[in-house]
Design a protein around this ligand. Structure first.
Ligand code: UDX
Length: 359
């Protein structure tokens, strides 16, 4: 056999391996649309590794934009965006929005803030700083809602907040964030969009999130009692995360600078949620009644007529479908945890009793 032929035979398997590797690299990312320079935007998402932010990242990446995620990983996780790491349109920056960031972009979705009550109450000063100084630094504010005195809540409703209660760090933080947005709009001509986001659930909620949907699903899956705070007669209306993300993008690309509610108006009592989740999981868990949480809003339901009329937006994912997807997600998370993969133990910083840092 000629020497060339021998060499050729020896390297043939290597060539094949290289081809496989190349293929696996090019298939590594979810499919991304091609956008021309004119249509492609540079978009910054603060809190982009969090629950809502990471789903928004997925949508904007798949739509073909250049996405920069800024996250300090307090409640966000690298895992939520790891499937984009290395993609030419994607950048991940470990940064706290409380510190200034100089970066040139076309749009900012400012989602950074702990959103679950146990998380934001753990470090109220930090929550306030994130929502105030963080918003000043970013000025593209997306804000949430307050303790309602009007039902359902439309955009003319200005909120009812106990300014010295445990939820104030979040509620007041969001209120002042809105004020800042409009001050910058009037004085500096900054274009703002303000989404008032109502209760949202879905995959990538943190295992320790503490909000009702993730708590009930995890409890039902593990056969533990479902913890209802108070009588369970308080109401909430839950939207699935993909509906919210579609609403955020529509709002951003509209010309509406006044606040817009994004939520699902289908309202249920918390006890109804407990029973529904128990039956969807087919769980034998008991329902356990615990003391009512302080300042807990008794009724909450968005009036979304404005979003419907001006954005042509309304939620499309039925509650049970969204819950089933979320149940599947948490089942997989529990499996991973059981296999000791991926899921880190709860961070000491979030759990420890001492005084939290709020730099
Ligand atoms: O285990 C639980 C958790 C919560 N609950 C109750 O379920 C209801 C909903 O509680 P959650 O903690 O999920 O959320 P809340 O409606 O209180 O608002 C929170 O979540 C949405 C965020 O955007 C808000 O910022 C945040 O305040 C409350 O009445 C709460 O007391 C339970 O009964 N059991």
């Amino acid at each position: 056999m000629r020497i060339e032929q021998r060499i050729e035979e020896a390297i043939a398997p290597l060539r094949e391996k290289i081809r496989d590797l190349e293929q696996s690299f090019s298939q590594k990312y979810p499919p991304v649309k091609f956008l021309s320079e004119k249509d492609r935007k540079r978009i910054l998402i603060t809190g982009g590794a969090g629950f809502v932010g990471s789903h928004l990242t997925d949508k904007l990446m798949m739509d073909g934009h250049e996405v920069t995620v800024v996250d300090n990983f307090f409640t966000g996780r690298k895992r939520n965006v790891e499937h984009w790491i290395g993609h030419e349109n994607f950048e991940l920056i470990n940064h706290d929005v409380v510190e200034p960031l100089y970066i040139e972009v076309d749009q900012i979705y400012h989602l950074a803030s702990p959103a679950s009550p146990p998380n934001y109450m753990y470090n109220p000063i930090k929550t306030l700083k994130t929502n105030t100084i963080g918003t000043l630094n970013m000025l593209g504010g997306f804000v949430h809602f307050f303790q309602p005195k009007v039902h359902p809540q439309n955009e003319d409703y200005w909120g009812h907040v106990n300014p010295i209660g445990p939820r104030a760090c979040y509620d007041e933080g969001k209120r002042v964030a809105e004020t800042m947005c409009y001050a910058y709009m009037k004085q500096e001509g900054v274009e703002v969009r303000v989404a008032r986001i109502f209760n949202t659930f879905g995959s990538r909620m943190h295992m320790n999130d503490g909000r009702v949907v993730s708590n009930f699903i995890l409890q039902a899956l593990q056969g533990e009692p479902l913890t209802v705070y108070g009588t369970g007669s308080q109401t909430r209306a839950f939207q699935y995360v993909s509906d919210l993300v579609n609403g955020l993008v529509l709002l951003m690309n509209s010309n509406i600078s006044s606040p817009v509610n994004l939520g699902n108006p289908e309202e249920h009592t918390i006890l109804e949620f407990a029973r529904l989740i128990k039956s969807l999981v087919v769980s034998r868990s008991q329902i356990q009644f615990l003391p009512e949480a302080q300042d807990d809003p008794q009724r909450r339901r968005p009036d979304i007529r404005k979003a419907k009329m001006m954005l042509g937006w309304e939620p499309v994912v039925p509650l049970e479908e969204g819950l089933n997807k979320t149940i599947q997600y948490f089942s997989r998370e529990l499996e991973h945890q059981a296999n000791n993969q991926y899921i880190p133990k709860p961070k000491a910083a979030r759990m420890k009793k001492g005084r939290p840092r709020h730099n």
